[in-house]
Design a protein around this ligand. Structure first.
Ligand code: PXP
Length: 250
């Protein structure tokens, strides 16, 4: 089974629409865990549009599974991560105007910066992951900065409608996953994944962890969070069962 980290940012998005106290992302995290999620993910954005600093502190001390903290590679966030010590930090690119994370990190253009953060984070025993596009140059750069893991951006794959385009993007993801695993990186994936399109991703044998938020939280409006998480786990399981025998990482 792949580990599923449920991203609860959009519970905070609803709360921030009214600047009130409900719904509580910690309560959502606990429900996701009870439904079987292996971890919780939050993205503390520089503009604090959904998750707030106090959410990160409450969630890390309230949950029973690991916290994956997504953040930009900036000093303010690095200091916070070093202080609160999540299980893992995932570095993502951030632009204030974007609706959501739009692409992977350009690791190649900031290797020294990302390696320096890697060393500081690792010193505190925090795992270090880089969110990158399925591009062999970025995989090589992630190895050079000594990241422990890479999260492959499945955003472009999830946007495709035509079978040929879906197949092309899947192929890029498979190649990147293989290249990363061969070079010692742990391979994760996420962005735009749904109960339908996650099956082919979960079938990729190198992938160990998925970060999924928007679809799970959206569907929970209609079926409840417990059922939404369970349905996602069933879809992931369907993919895992399609893996070629003998080469799965899990
Ligand atoms: N991984 C990363 C790095 C992200 O920034 C996000 C969105 O916050 C996700 C995964 C989850 O994407 P989605 O909400 O589309 O499932």
């Amino acid at each position: 089974m792949i580990r599923l980290f449920v991203n609860v940012d959009h519970v905070a998005t609803i709360r921030e629409a009214r600047k009130t106290t409900e719904p509580d992302p910690l309560a959502a995290a606990l429900l996701a865990e009870a439904a079987g999620a292996h971890g919780i993910t939050v993205h503390l954005r520089e503009d604090r549009r959904h998750i707030q600093d106090h959410d990160v502190r409450r969630i890390i001390s309230g949950i029973n599974t690991p916290l994956n903290l997504e953040m930009a590679a900036v000093e303010e966030m690095v200091r916070l991560a070093l202080e609160i010590r999540p299980y893992q930090v995932s570095l993502v690119p951030e632009r204030r105007q974007e609706i959501t994370t739009e692409g992977g990190l350009d690791v190649c253009s900031q290797e020294a910066h990302l390696k320096a953060i890697c060393l500081r984070v690792r010193e505190k025993g925090i795992r270090y992951s880089l969110f990158i596009d399925p591009d062999p140059r970025q995989v090589d750069a992630a190895v050079r900065v000594e990241a422990e893991s890479m999260e492959i951006n499945t955003g472009l794959y999830s946007e495709q409608k035509e079978p040929a385009a879906i197949a092309r993007e899947l192929d890029r993801i498979r190649c990147a996953a293989r290249a990363g695993a061969e070079r010692g990186l742990r391979v994760f994936a996420g962005h735009g994944l749904t109960c339908d399109n996650v099956v082919a991703i979960a079938a990729i044998p190198e992938i160990e962890e998925l970060n999924i938020g928007h679809h799970v939280i959206s569907r929970s409006v209609f079926v409840g969070l417990d059922r939404s998480v369970r349905e996602m786990m069933e879809s992931i399981d369907k993919g895992v069962r399609k893996r070629p025998a003998g080469i799965s990482k899990n």
